[in-house]
Design a protein around this ligand. Structure first.
Ligand code: ASP
Length: 439
């Protein structure tokens, strides 16, 4: 048994959090490869070390004095070292960082030092080997991640190392230039290590006990999801639910390695298990609800549209030509509706409308701009009758008008469109009917 464990920034924000992390690792000796983030926020309006590094480097390249800010970053690490009772000094590391800032080593280099230094401290505290991610995570000369090559490098390097700390978030080009993934990218590093060492589980430790069924800013104390499939997760993350970086799913999914989201502050909570397939019945008919505001719809009406071959293609071509991506496309006999992100659409609005008039001569075009989409996702829906009925009666009871309905052919999700003003109430009503009112 082999586990790869990734700890997020809040799990490593200060010495006390480091101690919790060490307890978690020592408690289970199959937790062999550890991927840390940079120190995150210690309290609500604290600043993450990664953000401090970005602004410090920004000052350095503009010729503004940055020594105070760099010293503040150094202090954050020194506090951790002191709190852990280690005799480590990062003096030389900070000298090197300053030199590299002067040489303008790049924004990515600057940001990566957050995880690099945290990795050094964590390795010393755990007495694990430290492996610089720049040695084993490779990007090509244009900055594109090289998956196959990195996989070989990680596999070879870790093959001879029983226990190691590998900082998250970055790698390097062949010439040593540091490149980072996008923000939150330590999740990806953890997944890559899990894939390369063929881990039995990829544990992703954060500050929540897994995925919640609904957004806690909308639903009060929502329950957490015990088991979710990659497919369900993809639907929910696409619609805005986030705990894990989206790109972290693909490497482990390929090998069927489960991801377990866990809470560093509540290590006894089982968290959420993300799996390829499962016979485990979900606790409720639905696995989760997520949604987004900011959509617009364009409804095109034309008598006998159904018999006009090529009608849809001509309309879709116009959106493609304007580089506007389409979210959903419900249609009727003589109508088709296109749902798009309002922000993307509005700059091209008049161009698109006039092109539609020219291309398909519609009888009428109607625009609506204050729409929100809500995805109700669940593998349990396939085997349960009346799911749609329950959603719509819950919404009717809450006096919410449904503007659009779309059920994916996999029966994994139902997407509904409502007005912005109804967005939160709609989510609450759906949560209530499926979770609070279990049949
Ligand atoms: N420290 C980086 C960030 O704040 C990467 C990570 O935490 O995963 O985005």
């Amino acid at each position: 048994m082999k586990k790869v464990v990734k700890f997020g920034g809040s799990s490593l924000a200060n010495a006390n959090q480091f101690k919790k992390v060490a307890d978690i690792i020592h408690e289970d000796n199959t937790r062999r490869y550890v991927v840390p983030s940079a120190p995150g926020k210690r309290f609500a309006d604290d600043i993450k070390v990664t953000d401090m590094l970005y602004s410090c480097y920004g000052k350095a390249i503009r010729g503004i004095k940055y020594s105070d800010l760099l010293a503040a970053i150094h202090d954050r690490y020194n506090d951790i070292i002191k709190g852990l009772g280690l005799s480590l000094s990062l003096e030389d590391e900070f000298k090197k960082i300053q030199e590299n800032f002067e040489k303008q080593a790049g924004r990515d280099y600057a940001a990566s030092r957050g995880e690099y230094l945290n990795g050094i401290i964590l390795a010393a505290y755990l007495d694990f080997e430290f492996i610089d991610a720049a040695e084993i995570i490779r990007f090509d000369e244009t900055g594109v991640f090289e998956a196959g090559f990195s996989n070989d490098l990680i596999e070879k390097r870790l093959h001879k190392t029983k226990r190691a700390v590998i900082p998250g978030f970055y790698g390097a080009k062949e010439d040593g230039t540091v490149v980072t993934f996008s923000r939150g990218g330590s999740d990806i590093s953890g997944a890559l290590v899990a894939l390369a060492v063929k881990a039995d589980v990829y544990e992703n430790w954060t500050d929540v006990s897994g995925f919640l069924i609904a957004d806690p800013r909308i639903v009060k104390n929502p329950q957490s999801i015990e088991t979710i499939t990659y497919k369900e997760l993809r639907e929910l993350s696409y619609m805005g639910a986030s705990v894990l970086h989206e790109e972290a799913i693909f490497p482990v999914r390929k090998e069927g390695i489960p991801i377990n989201i866990r809470n560093t502050n509540k290590p006894d909570d089982p968290g959420t298990l993300i799996v390829g397939n499962t016979c485990r019945r979900p606790k409720f008919t639905i696995t989760g609800i997520a949604g987004h505001e900011g959509f617009a719809s364009i409804t095109i009406e034309k008598a006998l549209m159904n018999s006009e071959v090529g009608f849809c293609r001509k309309v879709l071509q116009i959106f493609e030509d304007n580089n506007v991506s389409i979210e959903h496309m419900p249609s009727g006999i003589d109508t088709m509706t296109i749902l798009v992100h309002k922000d993307e659409f509005q700059d091209h609005e008049q161009m698109i409308l006039s092109s539609i008039h020219k291309a398909v001569h519609p009888d009428h075009i109607e625009l609506e701009s204050d729409l929100a989409l809500i995805a109700i996702v669940g593998r349990g829906m396939r085997s349960t009758r009346g799911t749609a009925g329950r959603i719509f009666s819950a919404l009717a009871h809450a006096h919410i008008n449904v503007k659009m309905i779309d059920q994916g052919s996999s029966e994994l999700n139902i997407i509904i469109g409502v007005r912005h003003a109804d967005f939160k109430n709609a989510i609450r009503a759906i949560y209530e009917i499926f979770v609070d009112t279990v049949l």
